[in-house]
Ligand binder design. Sequence first.
Ligand code: CMP
Length: 144
Amino acid sequence: AAEQTFIMIKPDGVQRGLIGEVISRFEKKGFYLKAMKLQNVEKSFAEQHYADLSSKPFFGGLVEYIVSGPVVAMVWEGKSVVATGRKIIGATNPLASEPGTIRGDFAVDIGRNVIHGSDSVENARKEIALWFPEGLAEWSSSQH
Ligand code: CMP
């Protein structure tokens, strides 16, 4: 199957009106949207999503931020979408991300960095299973 990644527009991105901008960049690149929902998440769910970071000093603040308003959860599919998606997003710290990337263009604060993207194919698989237990949309093969 084609590679898939999990992308989340965080509460600051939603609040600032960047949903369309993010979707547009992934669409125009040539990736396929496979699932999408706007939702508020529970603290326990945010803790599960960021479980790998539970020992970090910023973990509590990160979880509070993610539950502070609705997020947009998405699955995107296409060639090398995990690594290329992270290039579109830019470096985690917006002060290090290049202009032309989402974080480079729209953020200055590592704690308010607009968007999340899976960092490996394995983590993408886990994150997609966590966020979309109901499954993904079907595209016919002729549409790809
Ligand atoms: P994300 O790509 O979602 O992966 C983990 C998140 O933790 C990251 O984006 C940031 O939002 C957050 N993060 C990473 N490092 C820090 C930090 N030093 N201070 C606050 N938040 C951080």
